[in-house]
Write a protein that binds this ligand. Structure first.
Ligand code: PEP
Length: 257
């Protein structure tokens, strides 16, 4: 983390978990734990059906609500989809784009990720752009090349004035939901490489200001060490974000002086 130059963001990705009733129970338990605002911003990305209710539940707290996906068009004949404008209009602040599960199960590509990033920014949302390699790609030694390519694709055509709203999440696919975490050195190496790409595209000042998270089995035990890395500015958290006490422990690790 480097709080002098950029925001630390702890974001939960609930995926297809929690009913409305369970969302209420989470909010009732989590809100009192949060206390006064500190360094890190807390975001909960929840299933679309519960977005509005979650926004209401967390209105008087310092939790921002995010969506887990959006379409790249603002309206039209796309049955079952949601546009960035619709999300913005109900008070959503963040949207996860290009999560590896969307790439794997719903045919998202670097090309659609780019379109979604631009559409989200245009609508006034902050995209959390996920990039990451598979185990095979890591073993082949192409991780940095691949991440560089993914970041460049995601940002193609993104103007400098919008860039400060973009958040990146480095999520090695082999670490998501597996209990296997990247070492802090691996996380730092890739997050630093992402910043290098941004520096080359947008200059040093912008690169210094962009929040880059790590995601992949982050939990209360490993959070502190991962977050201590200079280029790891927060976490995108799946499993551990479903439990109020575990998420709070990670937030506390990010808030340490
Ligand atoms: C994720 O879904 O983005 C994620 C990192 O999941 P987990 O923390 O469960 O590995």
């Amino acid at each position: 983390m480097n709080r002098r130059y950029r925001k630390t963001i702890i974001a939960g990705n609930w995926k297809m978990n929690k009913t409305l009733t369970e969302t209420k129970a989470f909010a009732e338990e989590f809100k009192p734990m949060l206390g006064r605002p500190k360094w890190c911003e807390v975001v909960l990305c929840v299933p679309a059906v519960n977005l509005q209710a979650a926004i209401r539940m967390f209105k008087d707290s310092r939790v921002s609500i995010g969506a887990e996906n959006c379409h790249y068009e603002s309206s039209g004949a796309f049955t079952g989809e949601m546009s960035p404008e619709m999300l913005k209009d109900i008070g959503v602040k963040y949207v996860i784009i290009g999560h590896s599960e969307r790439r794997q199960y719903y045919n998202e590509t670097d090309f659609t990720v780019n379109k979604k990033v631009k559409a989200a920014l245009e609508a006034g949302l902050r995209p959390i752009v996920c990039v990451g390699e598979s185990l095979e790609q890591r073993e082949l030694g192409v991780t940095i090349d691949l991440i560089t390519y993914q970041v460049k694709c995601a940002l193609a055509g993104v103007p400098a004035e919008k860039m400060r709203h973009v958040v990146f999440a480095y999520e090695p696919i082999w670490a998501i939901g597996t209990g296997k975490t990247a070492t802090s050195a691996e996380a730092q190496e890739v997050c630093e490489a992402i910043r290098t790409v941004i520096r080359k595209l947008y200059g040093a000042r912008m690169a210094r200001a962009v929040t880059i998270q790590y995601g992949g089995s982050m939990n209360p035990k490993n959070a502190q060490e991962l977050l201590a890395q200079p280029d790891v500015d927060g976490g995108l958290i799946g499993g551990a974000a479903l439990k109020p006490d575990q998420l709070m422990d990670i937030v506390n690790a990010a808030n340490q002086d």
